[in-house]
Design a protein around this ligand. Structure first.
Ligand code: SF4
Length: 512
């Protein structure tokens, strides 16, 4: 074996050929190292399909690197010498290969980056060029701002990228944001496209077997796995969405429907977050679809905003605020996560649908996460750390940099409003408006205080009453508190009592 000049460690969510650490590799003397480790697969009980996705995509990526003539050292999970953690594997291969240099890209998880920086290997770190906004650039933008707002950051990213701008730098269509047009419920008779599916090949079948054997205690179905695991498959999924999903995505991106887990959503977030797709190319394709007249501006702008606005913004907040950010719990929540989050065993149809499809596909779209499972956790006062762990474990696309700010900040408002200006709390009326879930529910969404009343209704008012001291001063909550204050005392008391009863039921470990 030749002496090793450069050892490049590539993590399971860094499967892009474009990393700086992979440029200019010497095919004779440089080695790329990929390791499947138990610590990353089990520090939370990740959905088995997510472990399959990452390991299978890593194995395919290793093969693709070898086809380019690059030397690869690949450690499988069941390799008898596998030490079980990324830092330990790096040290083991450093000792075996004696490289002159070790290179890697910044991690997506503070915990892992911290342990790698502390492990004693002299790593040369590279920024993650997959993102438009680097960590230092975000810090410079956020510096000295008391409160951050995504909308202003997003405008900066639009200017920086040049996406959907007129020649004079103004936004196409005369506004930066067309979100108000993207909140339609799904009308009867509109049928979403059937989802693009990718059958497991021999590599994926091996991984499915490995995961079935080693992670049988993790929650979630394994045999429905149909995600793309190569760059070419991810591109095929993306092309399918451009042809069949994007035009209706804008209008119905917030809609929910029974037994329709995907609607017009692209399902590309997992492939994007592990490096199988490139954010710049996605945005450029969407912009081209708009300029060609095949999609409306609200669809194009809404999609691009998710990618260069929200996605980049939450990553920036994560690296700016970690590790303290993870301890946020501004409402002082103490309640444990109900068991039904792991089983879907609840009479609340909206929760059962959202959790059920999450267990089956490791997927739910943003409104199901924010306004159903997330909304319930917020209203019920669940410990932020436990609901954050659930999101990180259950969703295919959840990596710490994106999951934590979205859950702790946006869903739970546990950072006190640093990330978002108000809590996204809502009663059952919102769910009724945006879905058909209530029609098939054991609870009545029109009721608030009866035994069969929708739990979201009383819990919503209970949440507002118990956190009035913190929230009444929030300008965006003014109208809601006016409505509460206008309610007769007897109604307020009945809502409080029903809320108390529901919370006591959860505290007894019973389902709702
Ligand atoms: Fe969910 Fe309430 Fe509607 Fe049932 S009635 S589906 S619990 S919002």
């Amino acid at each position: 074996m030749n002496a090793t000049r450069r050892l490049c460690l590539i993590l399971g969510d860094q499967l892009s050929f474009d990393h700086a650490s992979l440029q200019g590799l010497d095919t004779e003397n440089d080695i790329v190292l990929l390791v499947e480790v138990m610590e990353e697969a089990s520090h939370v009980p990740h959905h088995p399909q997510k472990i399959v996705l990452v390991f299978s995509a890593m194995r395919h990526f290793a093969e693709a690197l070898q086809q380019r003539g690059i030397r690869v050292q690949y450690v499988k999970l069941d390799d008898p010498n596998n030490s079980g953690s990324v830092p330990n594997e790096l040290r083991r291969w450093e000792a075996l290969l004696q490289p002159d240099e070790i290179h890697m890209t910044e991690c997506g998880d503070w915990r892992l980056e911290h342990s790698l920086r502390a492990c004693g290997a002299g790593i040369q770190w590279h920024g993650d060029a997959r993102f438009l906004c680097s960590r230092p650039e975000f810090s410079a933008w956020a510096n000295a701002k008391k409160q951050l707002r995504m909308e202003y950051f997003y405008r900066e990213m639009r200017r920086k990228s040049g996406l959907l701008l007129n020649g004079d730098g103004s936004p196409v269509g005369g506004a930066w944001n067309f979100d108000a047009e993207n909140r339609k419920a799904l009308p009867k008779g509109i049928k979403p496209p059937s989802p693009a599916r990718f059958s497991p090949d021999a590599i994926t079948r091996d991984v499915l077997e490995l995961v079935a054997k080693n992670f049988s205690t993790h929650y979630g179905t394994l045999d429905t796995f149909d995600y793309p695991v190569t760059h070419a498959q991810a591109q095929a999924l993306w092309s399918y969405f451009l042809d069949w999903g994007l035009a209706a995505f804008g209008d119905y991106q917030d809609a929910m429907a029974s037994d329709e887990p995907f609607l017009f959503h692209a399902r590309i977030s997992a492939a994007l977050n592990i490096g199988l797709l490139d954010v710049r190319q996605l945005c450029s394709d969407v912009e081209s679809a708009y300029w060609s007249g095949s999609i409306a501006l609200n669809a194009a702008e809404g999609f691009i905003r998710q990618l260069i606005g929200w996605r980049e913004y939450v990553r920036g907040v994560y690296w700016l605020k970690m590790p303290d950010y993870a301890d946020g719990n501004v409402f002082g929540n103490t309640r444990s996560l109900p068991e039904f989050y792991w089983t879907g065993d609840t009479k609340m149809n909206c929760m059962s649908q959202a959790i059920g499809q999450s267990l089956e596909h490791a997927y739910a779209h943003h409104i199901q996460r924010l306004m159903v499972t997330g909304n319930f956790a917020l209203l019920a006062g669940i410990l932020p750390s436990q609901i954050c762990e659930w999101y990180l474990a259950i969703y295919m696309d959840a990596f710490d940099w994106v999951e934590l700010p979205n859950t702790l900040g946006m869903v739970m408002h546990a950072d006190g409003g640093y990330l978002g200006s108000k809590p996204y709390c809502a009663s059952g009326q919102y769910i009724k408006r945006m879905s058909d879930y209530c029609r098939g529910c054991a609870y009545k969404v029109s009721e608030s205080t009866t035994d069969d009343a929708c739990p979201f209704n009383a819990l919503y008012w209970h949440f507002l009453m118990r956190h009035g001291e913190l929230l009444r001063g929030n300008q965006r909550m003014g109208m809601i508190y006016k409505n509460l204050d206008r309610m007769p005392e007897s109604k307020q008391q009945a809502l409080w009592q029903r809320g108390q009863l529901l919370l006591a039921t959860l505290d007894k470990g019973e389902s709702l």
